[in-house]
Design a protein around this ligand. Structure first.
Ligand code: G3P
Ligand code: CA
Length: 334
């Protein structure tokens, strides 16, 4: 992207005004003065709205392939997302589902069983023979491309090798209970590719999970790493109930977009937690969430969010990530 991004203050002012208005309505005239003061001091300091390419640009290309990640970066994503699975022989690969069934097919000559069942039952050598592009062409003919046929499942190491420090990563430990050692393997690879420090200092890597145990394990191993607690769809209230606990190890939360309201954002920001809802694919929803004050969002269509943000879209993904880290630190008192 090559946009000049004016100050984010406009966005924050609009979001703050919307939040104040909502609080004033909720509190009634008697509570107006107190609500205004609270809303003003609740907000995280200035930071851009992060554009997170969900499984890459998975609306346009086969999820978790280099084609999808490359396109996400091209379409304005500030982060590319990876879901992690562990093979039978202990290699971290990027794939959303626990099983190969939905996205993998066996090319001619490859035993069908290599591309069926749980990833954890297959070796890297086996799953490397699967095609994870063809399903997309069949499912989404409007975006189908001959070059997607035969795309392979990348290992996390291949992802780090390909993009190095040129992109920001948003990595999820998936099914960590069934994949003992996943966290240590992730940290080992981050260390090998010198991503620990840029993650801690500049949020070049954000680590997310639905599993608090997995995040707490990482927090114990490396307390400086920025972690995002994900929540399955529930309600604003169920997420709010957990924020005090999440704050002890996480820098932010990833709620289902349906659960995001002004009260959740206010409660999260009061605890200095960034709010990155998933998975937001429609422009009106993007606009609503931005006006509520979210700090980023996952989308299968990074260009749509880029378009909605317009001149407020981050000019430089690295700077955007760093500004988010700085806003968090400022909120937590340095
Ligand atoms: O990680 C945020 C979002 O991706 C969570 O949902 O199922 O797509 O991993 P899922
Ligand atoms: Ca995910």
């Amino acid at each position: 992207m090559s946009k000049v991004r004016p100050t984010i203050a406009t966005l924050v002012l609009a979001a703050t005004a919307a939040l104040i208005a909502a609080l004033v309505v909720a509190a009634g005239p008697a509570g107006a003065e107190q609500s205004t003061a609270q809303a003003t001091e609740d907000a995280l300091p200035d930071a851009p709205v992060l554009n997170i390419g969900h499984r890459g640009a998975s609306g346009y290309a086969p999820e978790h392939t280099f084609a999808s990640y490359d396109l996400a970066v091209k379409l304005g994503a500030d982060y590319i997302e990876q879901d992690l699975q562990l093979t039978k022989d202990g290699v971290l690969v990027v794939m959303h589902d626990k099983t190969l069934n939905r996205t993998a097919t066996a090319p001619e000559g490859v035993p069908a069983r290599y591309c069926r069942g749980p990833v954890s039952n297959r070796t890297l050598e086996q799953i490397k023979q699967c095609d994870v592009g063809s399903w997309f062409n069949e499912e989404y003919p409007e975006y189908a491309k001959p070059r997607y046929v035969g795309l392979k499942i990348p290992t996390l190491e291949q992802v780090f090798k390909r993009y190095g420090k040129e992109v920001n990563y948003y990595i999820e430990t998936k099914n960590p209970d069934a994949a003992p050692g996943m966290e240590r393997k992730l940290l080992r690879l981050m260390r090998k590719y010198e991503l620990i420090r840029p993650a801690a200092r500049d949020w070049q890597v954000l680590i997310q999970s639905f599993s608090p145990e997995s995040l707490q394990k990482i927090h114990r191993l490396k307390p400086s790493l920025p972690l995002i607690q994900l929540y399955f769809a529930g309600s604003s209230k169920t997420v709010r109930t957990d924020l005090g606990a999440a704050r002890a190890y996480a820098v932010g939360i990833g709620p289902d977009q349906q659960d995001v309201d002004a009260r959740l954002i206010s409660a999260a920001h009061r605890r200095c937690l960034a709010v990155h809802p998933y998975t937001v694919n429609e422009k009106p929803d993007m606009r609503t969430l931005i006006s509520l004050g979210v700090d980023g969002m996952f989308t299968n269509f990074p260009n749509r969010l880029d378009n909605v943000l317009g001149t407020r879209a981050a000019d430089d993904a690295m700077v955007a990530a760093r500004q988010s880290a700085e806003a968090y630190r400022a909120c937590r008192g340095g």
